[in-house]
Design a protein around this ligand. Structure first.
Ligand code: PMP
Length: 307
């Protein structure tokens, strides 16, 4: 990843990324007390501009994450959107990018309780593919359970909670799978490590409901809208059994980084013929065009930063 010459927003101003540093005594470093977002910017299909995908929705979620962590946001959603656009413009990107805003507990002291001080940092970096290749991915059901809402809530994008997902993702790779699927303590399906899940059964989309300890994904919402509005496909949001994973006609993961990732097998049961199914393929293609500004009906999802 190229880091030289990049600017970050840190302590109220744009600074070289190399200078955006915090003390090892920072509360967020000691205890994981920070909330963050992952946002993508795409070079528009027409060239020149960067299109930031659903910028406002990401900052609205950051605000909700702050509320759950009882953090007083230092900036409102409008200011964060403006600061991000200014930062992307200042970095003069020629490629697809990833934006990582973090609101963190900045007090420098030992002691786990939360105090008032909060800072916001925004980092933007060039970003290509997240998953290794284009072939359908293999999933393994993790032995690690998704953290419960009353322990570390998945609804908030809290930095420290990613320990749960890191354990699951590493276990999956060690066992020869590409990605992990986490179950809740009650044995029902939650989400993947950094991605939400959709299944296709009998022409309908199925995705675990918001009470399944998952992050309420922006891509999940976008895909649901596109499926209903553009493909006329019904979407069921409900509890999903583990064994429904094995009997699905199609499955795919969605997330800002992974976009739409077709699943070829789950716990070594091959889905269909192991290739992306028809509904998955259509949604992947449509999503790819929407994020690059090629579908005018969804132009309001793209924040344009002139190149
Ligand atoms: N679940 C988790 C735990 C995630 O970290 C992410 C990535 N932000 C997602 C789901 C997908 O969310 P989004 O589509 O908003 O990127």
């Amino acid at each position: 990843m190229k880091k030289d010459g990049l600017l970050a927003y840190f302590k109220g101003q744009q600074v070289p990324l190399a200078d955006a540093k915090v003390s090892v005594l920072t509360h967020a470093f000691l205890y994981g007390t920070a909330v963050f977002e992952g946002i993508r910017g795409y070079r528009s299909a027409a060239g020149g501009d960067v299109l930031i995908f659903r910028l406002r929705e990401h900052y609205q979620r950051l605000e909700r994450s702050c509320r759950i962590l009882d953090m007083q946001p230092t900036h409102d959603v409008d200011s964060l959107c403006r600061l991000t656009v200014e930062l992307v413009r200042a970095n003069r990107f020629q490629e697809d990018i990833y934006i990582r805003p973090i609101a963190y507990k900045s007090a420098e002291r030992i002691g786990v309780h939360l105090s008032e001080e909060t800072e916001v940092v925004i980092v933007t970096v060039p970003f290509g593919k997240y998953l290794e290749d284009e072939k359908p991915i293999s999933l393994g059901v993790s032995s690690w359970r998704r953290t419960e809402d009353n322990a570390i809530p998945g609804r908030a994008k809290v930095n420290g909670s990613y320990v749960n997902l890191a354990l699951a993702a590493s276990e999956a790779r060690g066992a020869g799978f590409d990605e992990a699927i986490l179950l809740n303590e009650d044995g029902h399906v939650s989400e993947a490590a950094g991605m939400n899940l959709f299944l296709v059964r009998d022409g309908r989309l199925i995705t675990p409901g918001v009470s399944a300890n998952l992050l309420e994904g922006v891509t999940r919402d976008s895909i649901r809208t596109l499926a209903v509005e553009e493909l006329g496909v019904k979407v069921e949001e409900r509890q999903v059994d583990r064994t429904e994973l094995y009997v699905a006609d199609e499955a795919f993961l969605v997330g800002t980084a992974a976009q739409v990732a077709p699943v070829g097998s789950i716990d070594r049961r091959v889905l269909g013929d192991g290739k992306p199914g028809p509904i998955t393929a259509r949604l992947k293609d449509l999503y790819g065009r929407v994020v690059r500004g090629q579908v005018s009906k969804y132009a309001s999802w793209n924040t344009r930063v002139a190149g």
